[in-house]
Design a protein around this ligand. Structure first.
Ligand code: COA
Length: 373
């Protein structure tokens, strides 16, 4: 049976950065406009006034300082409060395919591979841009890949599930070279009028080339030692957007077609789910926890990640063991553990073992244990 190895990764970072201060200024202007508009109702006690957001809260509660986005102007317009994305014709590459092309080409170039080398393409992300044709098949066309492609969605855990799918395909012989891409335009489904969550997401796209070891250049960068996934139903992170919305009677509120969460409950429930998944997986692979050199975790909340790492190691993690990108990128859903892997894996020594872990809505979580070659 072939071994599955990671040959390379790629990262597309959108062109615009938004600081907490810019986001909070726009939100607070929105609050002023709304409170002024509803002044009479507020004074009559019929309506609660909206309350300002704060940079201090955002940084302390999440660790986020900034995020990259595909559009800045629409987001920061207090009379709009959502990104402005130009509608493209059916003959143009979709925005999602466009950012995926950049990340995918980076991964191919980094491994010195040409498109014909790839025989399976996965777009694994929280929100494919449309129902069909699959974004992955569009991307396959634009990149000039052969073989087959499909989209898969396991929310923020999509990349971990995607790596598992690639690993299984390589080991079973279904594919020899798999490009997995995670385009996330999270700003499109974030409610910028909701103080509880307006700050959490950013946009990005990552790519990973996973291949049979005898195919990978120089045998690959990391061997995938094993993958493990788990799901457990919860409504605490939910998005009711879907193809039945236009048919629903009564028509669903537009805010109910955006991301919503019970952040505190998610924090409490997902932290043990993830730490138990990772520890059980490591132990079942016969690896000692102290031998884990690095955790590349989903970037939803810095405090949550510190707690997960503490539960895994049985002590506070050292900075080098728990790299972070949340301060700069925010939460980029499935792309986020691959971003930290992309930015913080080159320094590991041959034989070093690390764990990439994605987790989120569903709940869903996936652990991928890798060894530096
Ligand atoms: N600015 C200022 N204050 C705010 C605020 C904002 N933008 N948003 C909320 N607050 C206030 C709340 O009103 C509340 O005030 P109260 O104590 O007077 O009631 C207080 O801050 C705490 O709010 P809470 O929502 O409980 O904050 P939190 O500490 O749980 O942090 C998250 C919120 C979202 C950062 C945090 O819960 C989180 O990251 N959870 C994990 C989410 C996750 O992993 N999701 C996966 C998605 S892919």
């Amino acid at each position: 049976m072939a071994k599955a190895v990671i040959s390379s990764t790629g990262l597309h970072t959108p062109p615009y950065a938004i600081s907490n201060q810019e986001l909070v200024d726009a939100f607070n202007q929105y609050v002023d406009i709304q409170n002024d508009r509803h002044k009479a109702a507020i004074e009559a006690g019929e309506r609660e006034p909206l309350v300002y957001s704060s940079c201090d809260f955002i940084y302390k509660a999440s660790g986020i300082e900034s995020r990259y986005v595909v559009d800045k102007e629409g987001l920061l317009d207090p009379t709009r409060m959502r990104p402005r994305i130009r509608q493209r014709s059916d003959d143009e590459p979709s925005l999602m395919a466009e950012i995926a092309m950049d990340a995918g080409r980076q991964a191919l170039d980094a491994a010195g591979r040409s498109p014909e080398d790839v025989d399976m393409l996965l777009v694994a992300c929280s929100n494919p841009q449309r129902a069909y044709p699959a974004v992955s098949i569009e991307l396959q066309h634009h990149l000039g890949l052969r073989g087959f492609a499909f989209d898969m969605n396991v929310a923020c855990a999509s990349a971990a599930f995607g790596i598992q799918t690639a690993y299984d395909a390589i080991r079973s012989g279904t594919a020899r070279s798999v490009l997995m891409v995670n385009p996330e335009i999270c700003t499109g489904h974030l409610n910028y009028m909701n103080r509880d969550c307006h700050f959490i997401f950013g946009d990005a796209c990552t790519a990973m080339l996973i291949e049979a070891d005898d195919r990978a250049p120089d045998g690959g960068l990391f061997e995938v030692l094993g993958t493990r996934t788990v799901t457990q139903f919860s409504n605490n992170i939910r998005n009711n957007f879907g193809y039945l919305n236009p048919a629903e009677d009564p028509v669903r509120d537009e805010f109910d077609q955006l991301f919503k969460q019970q952040g505190r409950k998610v924090f409490k429930e997902v932290t043990p789910l993830v730490s138990q998944l990772v520890v059980g997986h490591i132990e079942d692979l016969g690896i000692n926890v102290p031998d884990i050199k690095r955790l590349w975790l989903h970037q939803a909340n810095i405090n949550m990640n510190k707690l997960i790492a503490k539960k895994v190691y049985g002590r506070d993690a050292r900075d080098a063991e728990l790299p972070s990108a949340i301060h700069e990128y925010g939460n980029t859903s499935s792309a986020s553990p691959v971003i930290v892997f992309h930015l913080n894996s080159g320094d590991l020594q041959a034989g070093d073992v690390g764990v990439l872990c994605g987790f989120g809505a569903g709940y869903s979580a996936g652990s991928v244990v890798v060894r530096r070659l």
